[in-house]
Write a protein that binds this ligand. Sequence first.
Ligand SMILES: NC(=O)C1=CN([C@@H]2O[C@H](COP(=O)(O)OP(=O)(O)OC[C@H]3O[C@@H](n4cnc5c(N)ncnc54)[C@H](OP(=O)(O)O)[C@@H]3O)[C@@H](O)[C@H]2O)C=CC1
Ligand SMILES: CC(C)(CO)C(=O)C(=O)O
Length: 313
Amino acid sequence: MGADLRYAVIGTGALGGFYGARLQRAGAEVHYLLRSDYDHVKENGLAVESPDGNFTLPEVYAYSDAQKMPPCDVAIVALKTTQNHLLSSVLPPLTETGVVLVLQNGLGVEAQAAELVGSDRVLGGLCFLCSNKVGPGHIRHLDYKKIAMGEYRADQSAGGVTERLEAIAQDFERADIPIERAEDLVLARWKKLMWNIPFNGLSVILNATTDAMMSDDNARTLAEILMEEVRQGASSQGRTVPAAFTQTMLDHTAAMKPYRTSMKIDYDERRPLEVEAMYGAPVRAAQAQGVVLPHIETLYHQLKFLDQQNRQG
Ligand SMILES: NC(=O)C1=CN([C@@H]2O[C@H](COP(=O)(O)OP(=O)(O)OC[C@H]3O[C@@H](n4cnc5c(N)ncnc54)[C@H](OP(=O)(O)O)[C@@H]3O)[C@@H](O)[C@H]2O)C=CC1
Ligand SMILES: CC(C)(CO)C(=O)C(=O)O
């Protein structure tokens, strides 16, 4: 992998638009794949509002067809996981040493990219970010931005910190994005699920923002029960999430600015919910090891029902 990496952002929304624009502003060459915003962004570029400072990029390399993109060193997958069935048609050509970096929430998402490009060419990242797309090519970054990034291994082993991971991490750091080098991507994914499984799902079921859930004993209890099960799920995969991490997540959420989770926004906008990647995949991974996660499974079925009703309605 050469010194100056060329990036592709596949899905220029809340997350992809934010990180892509930050990389470009820091000097990286970034190519963006867009869908509904293509004409607007080709004409006007991207605008980012952020507590770090607002900025615009009047000129960006915009595409509506991945096959027209140049070979890239790092293709960042930033679609919703509900669109991953389209991956084969939206990934750009890669350079000889090019890799796919999957920045989506959930579990098992790297495997979908690995099927297409080979399991030795995939990394994953967990983004601790609150960002929304509020208009065509218009990203509103609200809070946080750190990424825990790690190497994917088909056998689920820890991939360690490789040179290419280090090179990508340094590009992000130049863009003022803190990067945690995750030795074990599987553990990092389960730790992120400690937040997403309780709060994304409950925000839809309880029709509540994070502050409303944190200030209510019943909602907090539900969140704690779910977190305990996520720990059991991690343990079924040979990973240990320390018991104290539950309190860390609760404290983190209590300290957050009131937040409507991404799943709640998708629900309110009648868009498909990321139920399979966030709930189905962890439940199935645990089940494959003979471990049942009853509360998470219940939430999974409730969310599947609500998602279906919501989009029919
Ligand atoms: N937003 C956040 O703060 C965080 C998000 N995440 C995760 O990141 C992932 C992305 O989420 P987020 O950025 O919020 O979602 P968004 O919906 O904001 O962004 C996804 C983008 O992908 C585009 N897209 C969809 N299909 C295609 C296609 N076929 N070709 C080109 N572009 C396409 C969409 O375009 P269109 O506008 O046409 O729909 C949209 O702009 C999810 O897995 C989410 O859970 C994780 C942590 C925080
Ligand atoms: C936990 C949070 C809100 C920010 O840390 C996030 O990363 C997410 O929505 O997935």
